[in-house]
Structure formats: C-alpha cells, structure tokens
Design a protein around this ligand. Sequence first.
Ligand code: AMP
Length: 178
Amino acid sequence: MSSAIPTVDDLRAAIRNVPDFPKPGIQFKDITPVLGDPRLFSAAIDLLTANWSAGSVDAVAGVDARGFIFAAAAALKLNAAFVPIRKQGKLPWKTLEESYELEYGSSTLAIHADAVKPGDRVLLVDDLLATGGTALAAARLIQRLEATVVEAAFLIELEFLKGREKLTGLPLHSVVTY
Ligand code: AMP
C-alpha cells in the first residue's frame, strides 16, 4: 500500500477469507486485519460514513458484536450517540426485543427502551450484510422506538445472499461487496 489514503480495493485486499469457519461451507470474512492497521481502520470508518457529516444523525446504532467496533468509531466521527443493539439477556435495563430466523434456529436482539427518542435520525451499522435477518431485526427495534433509520451501512455485503431484498424501504450503503 502506498502513502495515499487507502481505497476500497485496499480494504478488500486486507479482509481475510477464512473457509469453513465457524462451520463447513461458510466463507468467513475476517475484519481483524483492517482493525490492526489504523490507516485501514480509519479509511473504513470514512467510507462507511461517506454519506453523513458531523451532526447529521442523532445516533449510530451498532449490532453485537463486530458492529460495535465500527459503529462506536462512526458515532465519535459524526458527533452522535452510540447505541448498542445486543444479543438477548445482555442489556441491564428495560428492553425491547426482536427475534429473527437464522439458517438453523433463531436469535433475539434487544435495545434499551430509552436508547433513542421518537423522531431521532439513526444510522444503523454492522460489519457485514449476509441474508439481512440481523439488520432487519435491528432496524425494527429502532423503528419500534419511533426513530428513523436514515441508512443501514455495512463494511461488507455478500450480494449473492440477497440481504438487500429483505431490507426494502431502508436506504443501504455497503463499502466492500462480494
Ligand atoms: P445476516 O443476518 O445473515 O445478514 O448475517 C449478518 C450477521 O452475521 C453480521 O452481524 C455478521 O457479523 C455475521 N456474518 C454472517 N455471515 C458472515 C460471514 N460470511 N463472515 C463474517 N460474518 C458473517
């Protein structure tokens, strides 16, 4: 990599594909090489938040757990609140919950009932869009609190899994696509 600002292709080159993790048939996209290089991590946050400037959103919501890493950095950059959307049973106060289907079984996400206010403009962030079930459940939690998801932004989109089709009506932004 040169001394120029890292590009989408630099990020693509850094993301490590790990076959058969965590189970046979899954091509896991390992983002730790991006996190391990501050220039790449910084470029990832800039590209992830390309459509937004400081003060243009009230909150950035991140999905447990890798989404937290990108959403927290994006929230600081945009001078916005950081909102964690966690797996069921982790948030200590009053929560709303939303269940969704996985390939095998189901999972539940939760948000604190006071995490966002009615009318808030929320940028939803996760590391990766696959089938879209996770992002849809997270968006519903925000919408049930009467806030607006202004965009769902992902560092990585696996286009062949067609998660976009599940997220109709939500503005979507992804940085590195496969
Ligand atoms: P989905 O609900 O199918 O869109 O899955 C998205 C969530 O699962 C994200 O929070 C990702 O962190 C994780 N995920 C799904 N597939 C992969 C993959 N191939 N590599 C890394 N993470 C993945």
